[in-house]
Ligand binder design. Sequence first.
Ligand code: ATP
Length: 210
Amino acid sequence: MQIEAVGLGKRFHREWIFRGLTHIFRPGSATAILGPNGSGKSTLLNTLSGQLLSTEGSLSYAYQGRAIAVEEIPQLLAYCAPYLEVIEELTLTELLHFHTRFKPLRTGFTAKRLIELMYLEKSRHKLIRDFSSGMKQRLKLALALYSDAPLLLLDEPTTNLDRTGVDWYHEHVQATTADRLVLVSSNVPEEYDFCSERLDVTDFGAKMAR
Ligand SMILES: Nc1ncnc2c1ncn2[C@@H]1O[C@H](COP(=O)(O)OP(=O)(O)OP(=O)(O)O)[C@@H](O)[C@H]1O
């Protein structure tokens, strides 16, 4: 997956969040989206993935040599973010079966295998609403990392994880990010150490725009 932004800008009401962002996110690359709280990292992720409309500029997408319409992006996208919820009324097993009907897992992975990878075997019949915040985060990460989707967005991926959880994140990021376009929004270096590219939203016009 490749995303090309040309002169991209996003404004909420009268406030420009970023402006004049021209950048190519190349296939197989991992980019850390950096910037202080409120600088526009999540807004940029949501704009790049077509979930928010840009105010100005253009975005184009390509995958496997083919131009992709923005309407096709949801099928190609795996997304983990603190503001995205999982269905609390389902058990873990029910949720995985429901989720993977819409967002299949990577080849060779099953719901049972994913439960093992998350070390959540004892909680397979527990309601998601009864999960701890760290268990929920591990679940959200696993669903994104192990989805068969070429575009992976991780917004503050170690939110609520303890030391063991952060180590788990590193292990599974290494195992699942090759050949995907990965964007990580973060202020925590150990969340994005694996990214070879860095993009600071405030360098791409946000300061000028304010
Ligand atoms: N739907 C919205 N309507 C109006 N303003 C918004 C909306 N969403 C975000 N903003 C504003 O856009 C700015 C950037 O917010 P954003 O969440 O993208 O920042 P961030 O860099 O991800 O922050 P953090 O590190 O705290 O998560 C903030 O000033 C925020 O109030």
